[in-house]
Design a protein around this ligand. Structure first.
Ligand code: FES
Length: 86
């Protein structure tokens, strides 16, 4: 999530990045192998997210190691429409 914000890609994060909301749910479609496995806490919170797939991660918890590019898809329902001006 911090990496996305650094390049002006907004990802909603209601709990502020403490693994307590799952609003930062994303799909890591490329480079997932460069991310450490999800912790039990992340897995538990992902259980509360919508449309979870094997590519699902909480972006506030998933930090790639930087050895390759990572492609992330932000689910449309996780975009904060008010914040984005729609
Ligand atoms: S911002 Fe709340 S779990 Fe990631």
């Amino acid at each position: 999530m911090d990496l996305a914000h650094a390049v002006d890609v907004e990802i909603d994060h209601v709990c502020g990045g403490v693994c307590a909301c799952a609003t930062c749910h994303v799909y890591v479609t490329q480079g997932l192998s460069t991310c450490p496995g999800a912790t039990d806490n992340e897995e538990d919170m992902l259980d509360t997210a919508r449309a979870v797939t094997p590519e699902s991660r909480l972006s506030c918890q998933c930090v790639p190691d930087g050895t390759t590019d990572v492609v992330v898809v932000i689910p449309a329902w996780n975009k904060n429409m008010v914040k984005e001006g729609h």
